[in-house]
Design a protein around this ligand. Structure first.
Ligand code: OXD
Ligand code: MN
Length: 645
């Protein structure tokens, strides 16, 4: 039994080949899936489907082939149900409005389930609730699953979604089969992953190929005769669970992308990081970009920032300095391995689309995203306009007589009469990657792209300079481990509290964070061409609360300095207690309005001593004796360097 350990509570197993054909009610096969030959499905796949059908009792099954016509049918169905509305201003774009209780990732209800607790929970002295992933025993998870899934798909169609994270058939890719009762999820998975018949074919041809079993239900069975709502979900019982030891993801109650598109956070990061540790690679919450300088030299950079801190904007940057070019490989997730031939860390983007935060995206901040997202896109929880378009905070307000309707349906929304934003702060666009006009030519290269620098960063209004460079690999790993950032609307947190978010992986690490730090440290010595590590902060504010740095396209100035450091330019940096910072004379600010350099780079001693104490306490409370001693040593060295000054 793959999902549930007490199958004996259900009807005896059906014959594998007979599967749905001879099965009495409830399962019926929809038109599109009739030509799927179940007899040739690998045993593991058909068993997985059979089992879920028996437990969840859907009234129909649709095996997705990934075709455009299939997607059109799904879209029409969702329009009929009121889940989607058409956006006639654009080409094949749609708007979904969720239940207001289902708008973000729900970290408090996300669990990793392993045999032993310490595989997930470090040995912290006084763990802070919500600071690290939650653990559940397999027994408890089984009982939670049994409370939720029996008959959960009654009255609904179960979609079978074969998908690949990474190009289909690449040695770096991973295959998943997601079963879901949400057509919104089926349609969004077609954008975010390589989904459909090719993947089934691959599994059919390679019977022993492994795949991740992903089960998702919105948790709202439809009784005969009862009417549906546009966004069925079950926020009270939501649970997003992962079983890395058996390659399973089981998600219930939420249709929101981060909880329901199981290839993304659940597979590519939580299970991905577990596999990466086991197999000696890295699965990270990082964008990947290619950058070419005016001399025509191209390098690749990966950058980890927490959710809603500008990864998409950096990945698609339009450089403000003449002669520079940025190309996008990915905006959210990087799978990275050391390459035997080059000795460098090579990265692939396992995704096939962008699930980006809409508010703040505009022609000023991200013209490339604006050129990407108005075709074949599903928008979720943005505001709509009376001329059939969308709107969110950051875009120019439409001119009268065009009016705005907020994401909650308030007609004639205006910033002068309404206190709450028109678009939910975590509203999203979901667009195919191939529409990005600056998609890198190597974005699907099976070898990945070679990474020269890794950036860590977050929203730090105070104390943290625009950029600084680590002294060595261990120091760089410490920088990742000690990351902190203001909370954003991407999860359920309220307010702007500064949170610890190691490697931007706090919500996504699939195992013990102390072991994760050790995994990063373990690359030292084994590889000669380790990327250089930097920390960036576009968000520092002055005493009046204004940003000290213009950000966006001007961030190329920071990348320029970083790339010269990667090339070994030695006279462009100064040593400080926290790392190298740029020499003012070696940093290109030409054409910028006056930059308050000293404020942008000041390192207030009190701030930093407090920062180090906060990090030390976080480590001791949450990671405890699982913290690698090298990281304690790094922290001590920084403190010593401050105290010497
Ligand atoms: C995302 C997130 O959706 O990080 O990318 O929440
Ligand atoms: Mn993300």
């Amino acid at each position: 039994m793959y999902l549930l350990n007490n199958s004996h509570r259900f009807a005896p197993r059906l014959g594998r080949v007979a599967l749905f054909h001879s099965q009495p009610a409830p399962a019926a096969i929809t038109e599109a899936s009739k030509d799927i030959n179940y007899a040739v499905l690998p045993k593991k796949v058909s068993e997985f489907i059979e089992e879920a059908v028996r437990v969840c009792a859907p009234s129909a099954i649709h095996v997705c082939d990934g075709s455009a016509s299939e997607n059109e049918n799904l879209t029409n169905l969702m329009v009929q149900k009121g889940t989607l509305q058409a956006l006639p201003k654009y080409d094949n774009c749609w708007l979904a409005r969720t239940d207001p209780k289902d708008v973000a990732r729900v970290e408090s209800r996300t669990v990793i389930s392993t045999e032993r607790r310490e595989q997930v929970i470090p040995n912290g002295k006084n763990p802070t609730p919500g600071a690290l992933p939650n653990w559940m025993s397999p027994q408890q998870l089984n009982s939670e699953v049994m409370k939720r899934f029996p008959n959960s798909m009654k009255g609904r169609t179960m979609y079978v979604i074969p998908f690949s994270m990474g190009p289909v058939g690449s040695g770096l890719s991973k295959i998943g089969i997601q079963l879901t009762d949400s057509p919104y999820v089926a349609s969004s998975m077609r954008i975010m992953t390589r989904m459909g018949s090719d993947v089934l074919q691959l599994l059919t041809e390679n019977h022993d190929m492994d795949f991740v079993k992903c089960l998702h239900s919105i948790g709202r069975p439809l009784e005969v005769g009862s009417s549906d709502v546009p966004w069925p979900c079950n926020p009270e019982d939501t649970m997003i669970s992962h079983k890395p030891e058996t390659n399973e993801i089981i998600s219930y109650g939420s249709g929101y992308g981060g909880n329901s598109l199981l290839g993304k956070k659940c597979l590519a990061l939580r299970l991905g990081s577990w596999l990466a540790k086991k197999e000696g690679w890295l699965a990270e919450h990082m964008l990947i970009l290619g950058i070419t300088n005016p001399q025509g030299v191209k390098k690749y950079i990966a950058a980890a920032f927490p959710s809603a801190c500008g990864k998409t904007n950096l990945a698609m940057m339009t450089p403000k300095l003449p002669g520079w070019k940025v190309e996008c490989v990915g905006d959210d997730i990087a799978w990275m391995r050391f390459n035997k031939k080059t000795g460098m860390l090579h990265a692939i983007n396992p995704e096939n689309g962008f699930f980006g935060v809409a508010p703040g995206t505009s022609d000023n901040t991200n013209p490339v995203a604006m050129a990407t997202i108005f075709k074949d896109t599903v928008f979720t929880n943005v505001a709509s306009t009376s001329d059939g378009g969308v709107w969110w905070e950051g875009l120019p307000l439409p001119k009268a007589p065009t009016t705005v309707t907020s994401w909650t349906g308030e007609a004639n929304w205006s910033p002068s009469t309404h206190k709450t934003p028109a678009a939910h702060p975590n509203s999203r666009f979901c667009s195919p990657a191939k529409q990005c006009p600056i998609l890198d030519a190597s974005w699907e290269d099976p070898e990945g792209v070679p990474i020269s620098a890794i950036l860590f960063g977050g929203r730090r209004p105070e104390g943290v300079p625009l950029v600084y460079e680590s002294y060595d690999w261990d120091h760089g790993v410490y920088m990742g481990a000690s990351m902190r950032s203001e909370a954003t609307a991407a999860a359920e947190f309220k307010g702007k509290v500064v949170m610890h978010d190691p490697f931007a992986m706090r919500p996504f690490v699939g195992y013990n964070m102390g072991d994760y730090f050790n995994h990063w440290l373990s690359f030292k010595g084994k590889h000669h061409r380790l990327p250089k590590i930097f920390h960036v902060n576009w968000f520092r504010k002055d005493a009046q609360g204004s940003f000290l740095w213009p950000g966006f396209g001007d961030n190329v100035r920071v990348l320029d300095w970083i790339l010269r450091r990667v090339d070994g330019e030695s006279n462009s940096a100064l040593e400080t207690p926290i790392g190298y910072v740029p020499r003012e004379s070696a940093f290109n600010v030409e054409g910028l309005d006056k930059i308050k350099w000293d404020e942008l780079f000041s390192l207030p001693k009190d701030f930093w001593l407090n920062e180090l104490s906060a990090i030390e306490k976080y480590f001791s409370d949450n990671i405890g004796t699982d913290l690698p001693p090298n990281l304690t040593a790094q922290l001590e060295q920084i403190r010593r360097r401050f105290n010497k000054n």
